[in-house]
Write a protein that binds this ligand. Structure first.
Ligand code: AMP
Ligand code: MG
Ligand code: MG
Length: 304
């Protein structure tokens, strides 16, 4: 008997994210990034386009009835054999599916794909910040996610790592750590700040602010014990930025919501922008205490 759908999607997503990561490295190595400005402060490169094609084609081929939404719009599914990933990660596939996910049907799944999160950083050479994000929502909520870092450097010299999380199992691919409770460290944007983003940070009086690119990489700061909270009081992030990070963080005991403390919905017809900002915290600090400290001018700006 074949494994439950969610386990198969996760297992194929792990290998597909790795392949997308190698495409991202190849584009950089060849040096012709083919930068297009989609909107103000919103770039797309050949790596975003190619990585998305690889991911969407590979997942759609094996899961034709599952809704898949990628940042870069509709993709040509006729990709070269070389870009089509067909093998699942067998180690993940051998895990026991959480009982509440065993009977999930194709039509209940929405896969949110950010083929390259941190494009600004990619074009500026901050390659560690780049991630590939594949998030699996069931009906309205993210349950599983893959965060691949194509440029992560292992001590052995090997490059790239793949982090996964599934609610009911936990997470893997890295060593989960908790930031010390005698400090309060916030991670936030390095390339999309504005006065409202700043006033939310100031109201929280952090002991340190770590400015890095990408929603994926910021949630990794939380998972690796480098920060307590990810605070971004801006409508700039989209559902593909937060689906995988939310699933992985929550599988590890944290919380990711809007700046009002409410979870976003991830159904197929939902609007893409996360208009009410992003607030993520690790499990050892109070999410609601942070929500209470957000000043009214910030709330008003996000509710517009
Ligand atoms: P950042 O934290 O600035 O690296 O942003 C995290 C994700 O949200 C990235 O995918 C960004 O491209 C996206 N994002 C954040 N703010 C904006 C914005 N003002 N315009 C376009 N994309 C944004
Ligand atoms: Mg992104
Ligand atoms: Mg992207």
């Amino acid at each position: 008997m074949s494994s439950p759908l969610v386990m198969r999607i996760m297992s194929l997503s792990i290998n597909t994210a790795k392949r997308a990561g190698s495409i991202i490295r190849d584009v950089m190595q060849k040096g012709n990034l083919g930068i297009v400005e989609k909107a103000k402060d919103d770039l797309q490169t050949e790596a975003d386009r190619s990585a998305q094609q690889c991911i969407i084609a590979s997942l759609s081929k094996q899961f034709p009835k599952v809704n898949i939404i990628g940042e870069e719009g509709s993709s040509d599914l006729n990709v070269s054999h070389d870009w089509l990933v067909t093998e699942m990660d067998l180690e993940f596939l051998s895990k026991t599916c959480p009982s509440d996910l065993i009977d999930v049907k194709d039509e209940d799944c929405i896969v949110w794909v950010d083929p390259l999160d941190g494009t600004s950083e990619y074009t500026q050479g901050f390659l560690e910040h780049v991630t590939v994000l594949i998030g699996i929502a069931v009906k309205n909520s993210p349950v599983g996610g893959v965060i691949h870092q194509p440029y992560y450097k292992h001590d052995t010299g090997e490059v790239g790592r793949t982090i996964w999380g599934l609610k009911g199992i936990g997470c893997g691919g890295f060593e989960l750590k908790t930031a010390p409770d005698d400090t309060f460290i916030i991670t936030t944007t390095r390339s999309h700040s504005n006065p409202i983003v700043q006033s939310a940070l100031e109201a929280l009086s952090p002991s340190e602010v770590i400015k890095v690119g990408g929603a994926g990489y910021k949630v990794l700061q939380l998972l690796e014990g480098k920060a307590h909270a990810y605070v971004f009081a801006s409508p700039g992030c989209k559902k593909w930025d937060t689906c995988a990070p939310e699933a992985v963080l929550e599988a590890a005991g944290g919380t990711l919501t809007n700046m009002f403390g409410d979870h976003y919905e991830y159904h197929v017809d939902v609007e893409h922008p996360n208009r009410e900002g992003v607030l993520a915290t690790i499990g050892t600090i109070s999410h609601s205490d942070i929500v209470k400290k957000i000043p009214q001018n910030v709330k008003d700006a996000l509710k517009k």
